[in-house]
Design a protein around this ligand. Structure first.
Ligand SMILES: Cc1cc2nc3c(=O)[nH]c(=O)nc-3n(C[C@H](O)[C@H](O)[C@H](O)COP(=O)(O)OP(=O)(O)OC[C@H]3O[C@@H](n4cnc5c(N)ncnc54)[C@H](O)[C@@H]3O)c2cc1C
Ligand SMILES: *[C@@H]1O[C@H](CO)[C@@H](O)[C@H](O)[C@H]1NC(C)=O
Ligand SMILES: *[C@@H]1O[C@H](CO)[C@@H](O)[C@H](O)[C@H]1NC(C)=O
Ligand SMILES: *[C@@H]1O[C@H](CO)[C@@H](O)[C@H](O)[C@H]1NC(C)=O
Ligand SMILES: *[C@@H]1O[C@H](CO)[C@@H](O)[C@H](O)[C@H]1NC(C)=O
Ligand SMILES: *[C@@H]1O[C@H](CO)[C@@H](O)[C@H](O)[C@H]1NC(C)=O
Length: 522
């Protein structure tokens, strides 16, 4: 009971950007005992662990906190797979050697943890990998992380009101450990299960190998190196960042590259790529597109068609059921329709009727370029509610709140069941809303400081293509390092974005260069 103000104090100090506990009064009573398992040590799982440990020590003295990560290190998709297997076996990550980030460094940060000085504004993946390791070290997370531990299944044992998660975990020796936890936090990412598209006639096309060149259809999850496609004729399917990025790389080696898209991509590939509509079907010789055009001599189709939202270790115990395309729930299991998991309270807590509303949380489902800030807001929300489940209204009320917010999206023309793409400014509003709703319920003290920092809000103005073009031009002119000098604090980082953006815009205006509307949707 006594640790409620301490929790509030600690999380508040977080929000006020002071070091945890600073200036807070500590009581001496110990909190109740609790056990919490986190699954996954990517961006999301690390944020959750950090926020849990940010609770006053007195509160969590009797808490048992464990993070299981199946891979050899933290970092999630940013940790390379040293030996990716050929299909159908899945690589550990879709990361490929030439991946540069598509969003600038300052906005990709956890609050109060800027990248080290000298980091390029659009860094290679190695910087992001290191950033996660530095975060784990800075916040003392390592003792709680069990690497090389794969969670195989997790099932609720108990009633809708009380019980525990029975988990089976494979340890590094291949032994199966059974453990139970009061609360389960799932942070397993959403880029592990490729979404395969199957076109009519593709089997006949694949088998008709002419001139000895093997024909192939490969999902982008297995894409690694553009030089594999030397002299080949490649169709890249999908106009998202992966499709555009991969097409831009492959065309430097390939004989010819087509990019097949449903709607015009946000960013055009750099170089000569021939645009095509969706593939309609294959004949034994040709690829046929929906506009009736055909292309012969294709020998490689790369599917940048995204990922299915699957949760194998929860499906195993029946806690999550898979119903592709569905929007219906049976009330007792969560449903994934492969894009969307439901019903969840604020994209975090499961509203399944089988267990208490604070028993199962998900961190990292929303799609946003402000991902680590979003993970942090979600983690503060989840931690406060794991601490005190009474902060949540009864399930029926939460379900009706969810139905209302889905209805609101539909009225604005969005289908809530196709995914987590947040529109306009809503991703930042979502983060503020999580914290504000805790404040309004007394889960955190009232405050007029918003969770989203003013500089992060301002950075929204610099997410267009001009920043990226400006950075490229600075690098080409050999000025990048100089511009990075002295950039350390979050404010200095956003200053840099502002300056690069203005410098490039002025130059483009002076040279009367115009670019298609490239406003970033995040
Ligand atoms: C190709 C690509 C490019 C991207 N580029 C950018 C970018 O430029 N900028 C940006 O901000 N974001 C980018 N993203 C988004 C990226 O996914 C997020 O930045 C972030 O890394 C997601 O973190 P996560 O923790 O949610 O998931 P993940 O990074 O996937 O981490 C989940 C972790 O859970 C572990 N795990 C899963 N199942 C189990 C289990 N059963 N037992 C134990 N452990 C388990 C996994 O091994 C993994 O380490 C990109 C994504 C992709 C796929
Ligand atoms: C938990 O939250 C409820 C509802 O806001 C509140 O009445 C109660 O005092 C809180 N309990 C603790 C231990 O803080
Ligand atoms: C995890 O496994 C890797 C081999 O994949 C090994 O090199 C590493 O030492 C292991 N780490 C731990 C902490 O068990
Ligand atoms: C690619 O094509 C060029 C020109 O036809 C040829 O000179 C080169 O040897 C080819 N490369 C490979 C790896 O086949
Ligand atoms: C599910 O989809 C059907 C058909 O589009 C629609 O009528 C129904 O209202 C939807 N239900 C929910 C819960 O969204
Ligand atoms: C926030 O509140 C403090 C006092 O509680 C006040 O001094 C300050 O002006 C307020 N700031 C804003 C932006 O309202």
């Amino acid at each position: 009971m006594v640790d409620f103000p301490q929790l509030a104090c600690s999380l508040l100090s977080f929000l006020l950007f002071r070091s945890p506990l600073l200036g807070c009064h500590h009581g001496f009573e110990q909190g109740a005992s609790k056990s919490v398992a986190i699954v996954g040590a990517g961006s999301a799982g690390l944020a959750m662990l950090q926020i849990l440990l940010d609770l006053p020590v007195e509160t969590r003295t009797n808490w048992d906190i464990v993070l299981y990560e199946r891979r050899r290190d933290v970092g999630g998709i940013w940790l390379p797979d040293p030996s990716p297997p050929p299909p159908p076996k899945l690589p550990e990550t879709p990361l490929y050697p030439l991946l540069d980030t598509n969003s600038p460094v300052p906005i990709m940060t956890y609050p109060r943890f800027p990248f080290p000085p000298g980091t390029p504004l659009f860094p290679t993946h190695e910087y992001i990998e290191r950033y996660h390791q530095d975060y784990a070290t800075h916040y003392g997370l390592w003792p709680y992380i069990k690497l090389n531990h794969t969670v195989l299944s997790s099932s609720w044992v108990g009633t809708p009101h009380a019980g525990h998660w029975e988990m089976v975990v494979e340890d590094p020796n291949g032994d199966r450990i059974r453990r139970s936890f009061d609360h389960l936090v799932v942070a397993v990412g959403r880029y592990h299960e490729p979404h395969m598209v199957i076109f009519p006639g593709q089997e006949a096309w694949l088998q008709n190998t002419k001139g000895g060149l093997r024909r192939e259809i490969l999902h982008s999850m297995w894409y690694r190196n553009p030089s594999w496609y030397v002299n080949r004729t490649v169709v890249v399917v999908g106009g998202g960042p992966s499709g555009v990025g991969i097409a831009s790389q492959v065309l430097q080696y390939a004989h010819r590259v087509y990019l097949s898209v449903r709607s015009p991509p946000r960013e055009m590939p750099v170089g000569h790529v021939e645009m095509k509509p969706e593939i309609s079907h294959f004949t034994s010789d040709d690829v046929v597109f929906t506009d009736g055009s055909t292309v012969q001599d294709v020998d490689m189709v790369l599917l940048a068609t995204g990922y299915d939202l699957r949760l194998p270790f929860l499906e195993e115990g029946g806690e999550v059921i898979v119903k592709p395309g569905s929007n219906e729930t049976d009330g007792h299991s969560l449903t994934t329709n492969l894009c969307y998991l439901f019903p969840l309270h604020k994209h975090i807590f499961s509203l399944s009727a089988s267990y208490p509303t604070n028993a199962l949380a998900f961190i990292g489902l929303p799609n946003t370029v402000f991902i680590r800030s979003s993970d942090t807001a979600q983690s503060i929300y989840a931690t406060s509610i794991i601490r005190n489940g009474s902060l949540l209204a009864p399930r029926a009320e939460l379900l009706s709140e969810l139905a209302d917010s889905e209805e609101g999206l539909r009225r604005r023309g969005y289908d809530p069941y196709i995914g987590y793409k947040m529109v306009d400014y809503s991703t930042l509003e979502y983060q503020d809303d999580l914290i504000d709703s805790l404040r309004s319920k007394g889960g955190l003290p009232e405050s007029n400081t918003s969770f989203v920092e003013p500089w992060r809000r301002e950075s929204v103005n610099y997410l267009g293509g001009s920043l990226r073009r400006g950075w490229k031009r600075l690098k080409a002119l050999g000025l990048a390092e100089e511009w990075l000098k002295g950039v350390e604090s979050e404010e200095e980082w956003v200053d840099l974005m502002r300056q690069v953006n203005t410098w490039q815009r002025d130059w483009e205006t002076a040279h009367q260069l115009t670019f298609p509307d490239d406003t970033f949707i995040y």
